[in-house]
Structures are given as structure tokens and as C-alpha cells.
Design a protein around this ligand. Structure first.
Ligand code: SF4
Length: 433
């Protein structure tokens, strides 16, 4: 039997928090390996709940399953040396990984997925370790980093046994497996020993095309996942102990029919979750009826894109949400019984066309709705109009400079960024009091 080892590397960043983060794409790939008769080994450095690898059988979580990772301070990479914050490694200790590898028979292929373009130091760590441990195995690195920063990746991983794969072409050539439509697979949640929460997509892509967003580039055209696939994933997550569920959809509310069917199936099987929408839903879609539906069906935290207040920027970037939409959305959610502390507005921060005073105004405007606020820090995504512009304007060469903490500081300066973040913290604290 052929063997694959799939690894989700540790995170290297200024800040990281388990905000319902799972390597969902990797789990879908895992299913295709399993159904092709391969043995799959899986190691997720960000799994806070696996007592085999962490002491986080004791992991402290908030009431919805989110929490802090194990972390340690590491050397700050030179391109982001100007950021006056510690740089850290988040995730399971490398010694645990080495211990795990002792029980892994030499894999035919190893897959490492890098989710954020600026998280490649995690791949550096894991690749180095695996090259030493399994010198005869082919290693394939994929994910957003390779898709968006291919040139950088090629210059970095110049090794005869390490391959970079943007579209599964290398993976298919090496394994002989067809990965077409892998998005439609049931993610292999059974690879986790235990779960506190899970994540799911009912759709792939987005019907909009905002000028700063990578959705189209990463996921292609908007399409729906068959309801039975989603239902099976939810069943698997539930059977592993997951009771909170985060939707990873970019446009969840554009699949209301599918969502309704899924809720009916869950009811029939007496499966209940606390649902969350961390990828934000579109304010204009939350009518009175939709708000009631969400409340009745176990949605607990609702994240809404607030974006920009200035009409000109709004129009230029996609023009999909207005202040009156967000106000109406909140009114509907509150009427349906949601707690204001469980409704969150994402306010865009650090976009190339945004002045600092406008970000302040947007925070003020959002706070008038009486819900929580989170700054959605802009990260320049290569291959998008706004990302390419920012990369050129700020002379970004290394993807690590697209780190969202670093970029907003580069644009506005540390003092201002810190002041606005403190203001948001204060507003949220007042709301909770
Ligand atoms: S920002 Fe949101 S609405 Fe716009 S394209 Fe991306 S996912 Fe779609």
C-alpha cells in the first residue's frame, strides 16, 4: 500500500490565535488519497486538542472553542525587522513531531500546505526536518504561498526532492491520482483523534470580485458543494466531538437553499452545532427572515463585512455593502435575539486607498451600531489589482512583508496603528460591560 504524509506546518507570525483554524484543503486532499487506496499519515501542528502531541488536552478555549496556541519567541525575519513586536512560532513543539515520525513508515510522498503567503517559515522548518528524516521521499509544497508567490517559492526550495505545486499537476504526476474536483470530496475529519470544533464550506469561491481579494484567484468561479457532502462532513465532525462549526464560505448567504437543506438533515439526525461565520456574511442578505432562520438554527456568532465608509473607495473596490445595509442587518439580528456581543463588524484597515483618519471614522461609524468591531487588516495579495499596487508602491519583495500586522504598520506607523487597536479594544470592552 502506498503511503502519504500530510502536514500542516506551525505558524510563524507576530500574532496567531486559533480562530477556528483547520487545514481544510489538506483534509479534502487526504480523502482523495484514502479513496485511492493509500495509507494517510496526518500531522497538524495547530491541533490544540490532541493530547498525544500537546498538553492541550488541557487547552483553554472560549465558549465557542477558540483559544491560544503554544508559542515561543523566535528571531524576527529581517524584512519585517521594523515591526516593534516579538515574532513567534505557534503550534506543537517540533520534538512531538519527531516523536510522531518514529511511527511513520517511509512515505512515498509528503505534502506540506502553506495557508498564508507569509507563513512560509513554517514550511522551511518542516521541510528541513522531513528531508533529513525521509531522504528518499518526494516532498510537495502547495497552498496559497505557492499559488501566489511561485517565483519566491521556486527560489527558496531549490532541491531535487522538493517540488512546488500550484494546481495539483505535480501531485498527480507523482502519485498517479486524479485530483480533479477535489473540493467536492468529504474532508477526512476522521484523521483527527478528537475535535472541539470543525469547519466546513457549502460553497467554493464568491460571486463578487473585490479588487483586494484572492478568492477568485484561489478558488475560481462560485459553485455550490452538494448538500450530502456537507452533511457527511458535519456528521464526521460531530462523531469526533466537534460541537462548534465555522463556515469557511466566502458567500454563505448565497446558498440559502443548501443551508436550509443541511439544517433539515441535521435535525433529522439530532445533530446540533453552534454555528459561526468567521469569513463574514454580506450585510444586505440578512433580512428579517434570514436573521430568524440563523437564530433558530443555532448560529451563535455572526461576522459581517463593514469594510469602508468612504463611498468612492467602496465603489472602486467592489461596492457590495453600504452603511445602511449594515445598520439594517444589525437591527434584524438583534430583533431575532442575537446578543450584540456576538455580532462582529469587520472594518477594513490599511487598504492602499485608505487614509488613517478614514479608518478612524469607519471605526466610529461601526461603533454606533452597538456591536463588536474587529479590524480586518489589509494584506497585499499578489495577483489582485490592489495587492499588486501595494506591492509595487511599498517595494515588497519578500512575501513575509505582506504580513497583515507588518503591512498596516508600514503604511500608517506603529503609534497610530496601536492607538486605533487600543480604541477598538476599549469599545469592545465597554460593549461587554
Ligand atoms: S472580499 Fe468577500 S465579497 Fe469580495 S470577492 Fe472576496 S470573498 Fe467575495
Amino acid at each position: 500500500m502506498k503511503r502519504a504524509l500530510l502536514v500542516n506546518p506551525p505558524v510563524y507570525d507576530f500574532a496567531a490565535y486559533d480562530f477556528w483554524m483547520k487545514p481544510y484543503g489538506l483534509l479534502k486532499l487526504a480523502r482523495r488519497f484514502l479513496s485511492s487506496g493509500w495509507k494517510v499519515y496526518f500531522f497538524d501542528f495547530t491541533d490544540r486538542f490532541n493530547p498525544r502531541f500537546t498538553d492541550t488536552g488541557t487547552a483553554r478555549s472560549d465558549r465557542w472553542g477558540r483559544g491560544h496556541y503554544e508559542k515561543k519567541i523566535v528571531t524576527k525575519p529581517a524584512p519585517v525587522g521594523y515591526v516593534p513586536r516579538f515574532f513567534k512560532r505557534y503550534g506543537i513543539d517540533e520534538r512531538m513531531f519527531l516523536k510522531y515520525l518514529q511511527h511513520v513508515d517511509t512515505p512515498d510522498v509528503i505534502l506540506i500546505s502553506v495557508t498564508m503567503t507569509y507563513w512560509y517559515p513554517g514550511a522551511d522548518e518542516v521541510t528541513g526536518c522531513l528531508k533529513y528524516h525521509f531522504p528518499g521521499s518526494d516532498i510537495i509544497i502547495g497552498g496559497s504561498y505557492v499559488k501566489l508567490f511561485g517565483e519566491h517559492a521556486h527560489s527558496r526550495y531549490n532541491d531535487e526532492r522538493v517540488y512546488l505545486d500550484e494546481n495539483f499537476e505535480v501531485l498527480e504526476a507523482i502519485t498517479g491520482i486524479d485530483f480533479t474536483d477535489v473540493d467536492l470530496e468529504v474532508a477526512a475529519w476522521e484523521l483527527y483523534d478528537t475535535l472541539r470544533y470543525g469547519v466546513v464550506r457549502t460553497t467554493v469561491g464568491c460571486p463578487f470580485s473585490c479588487t483586494y481579494c484572492a478568492s477568485a484567484k484561489l478558488h475560481g468561479a462560485f459553485r455550490k458543494i452538494p448538500v450530502d457532502v456537507v452533511a457527511e462532513e458535519l456528521r464526521l465532525i460531530y462523531s469526533k466531538g466537534g460541537r462548534d462549526l465555522a463556515f469557511y464560505d466566502d458567500a454563505l448567504m448565497f446558498n440559502m437553499e443548501g443551508l436550509k437543506e443541511i439544517m433539515e438533515i441535521l435535525k433529522k439526525h439530532r445533530i446540533g452545532f453552534n454555528f459561526h461565520t468567521p469569513n463574514a456574511i454580506h450585510a444586505s442578505t440578512v433580512t428579517d427572515d434570514v436573521a430568524v432562520f440563523l437564530r433558530k438554527n443555532g448560529f451563535r456568532t455572526i461576522f459581517v463585512g463593514f469594510e469602508f465608509g468612504r463611498e468612492e473607495v467602496l465603489q472602486k473596490t467592489g461596492g457590495k455593502v453600504r452603511l445602511q445595509d449594515t445598520t439594517r442587518c444589525v437591527e434584524n439580528l438583534l430583533r431575532a435575539g442575537f446578543n450584540p456581543n456576538d455580532i462582529v463588524f469587520y472594518v477594513m484597515f490599511g487598504h492602499p486607498d485608505q487614509e488613517f483618519c478614514e479608518a478612524e471614522e469607519d471605526v466610529n461609524a461601526a461603533s454606533k451600531s452597538g456591536v463588536r468591531i474587529m479590524l480586518s487588516e489589509f494584506s497585499p495579495v499578489k495577483g489582485t489589482p490592489d495587492g499588486d499596487r501595494a506591492i509595487e508602491e511599498y517595494r515588497i519583495e519578500d512575501p513575509i512583508e505582506t504580513n497583515k500586522t507588518a503591512f498596516s504598520i508600514k503604511k500608517f506607523g506603529f503609534e497610530k496603528v496601536n492607538a486605533l487597536k487600543n480604541k477598538v479594544k476599549e469599545l469592545n470592552k465597554r460593549l461587554a460591560a
